[in-house]
Design a protein around this ligand. Structure first.
Ligand code: HEC
Length: 137
């Protein structure tokens, strides 16, 4: 998976230092969230989407992920929760329900565990948007 487009990666990394909003053609994370996540996690990501009551597993509030992780937004855990590597039951287990999110542009970003890794640009945009709405109150 990793080191697929080194020149593009270098350009993207230059434009987008860890977690920051990147080039103007980056997918809109808020919009992608509304389309793929809000049904369960809620419009404000507080775990209260209309489908949440249909699922046996409680749907978490996604605005407190940083607070739960000691103040640091767990960017990679969020990315892997979406891309299926975590195998969350609420996301369809190891065959995630977000195939459409993973088509489209990929970006290379630094995974602390694996080095440069290709990730769907839309998934990164969703993770960045979620990071922007974290709260501690
Ligand atoms: C079908 C309903 C559903 C959809 C759609 C959904 N989720 Fe979830 N999500 C869940 C449930 C239920 C859990 C609880 C964990 C589990 O499955 O055991 C969860 C867990 C998570 C977690 C882990 C939270 C934690 O506390 O560790 C993250 C992050 C997450 N979802 C992000 C997303 C994102 C981003 C999207 C959109 C791409 C999304 N989810 C779409 C139902 C959903």
């Amino acid at each position: 998976m990793s080191r697929i487009f080194p020149p593009i990666a270098a350009a993207l990394l230059a434009l987008a230092p860890a977690g920051a909003a990147a080039a103007s053609d980056q997918p809109d994370g808020a919009e992608a969230y509304r389309g793929a996540c809000a049904g369960c996690h809620g419009a404000e990501a507080r775990g209260d989407g209309p489908l949440a009551i249909l699922i046996a597993v409680p749907t978490p509030d996604l605005t407190r992920l940083a607070a739960a992780a000691g103040g640091r937004f767990p960017r990679w855990e969020v990315i892997h929760a979406i891309d299926g590597q975590t195998g969350l039951r609420g996301h369809g287990g190891p065959m995630p329900i977000f195939g459409a999110l993973m088509s489209g542009d990929m970006v290379l970003i630094e995974d602390p565990g694996q080095g440069l890794t290709a990730v769907s640009a839309r998934i990164v945009a969703i993770a960045d948007w979620l990071e922007s709405i974290q709260r501690s109150d």
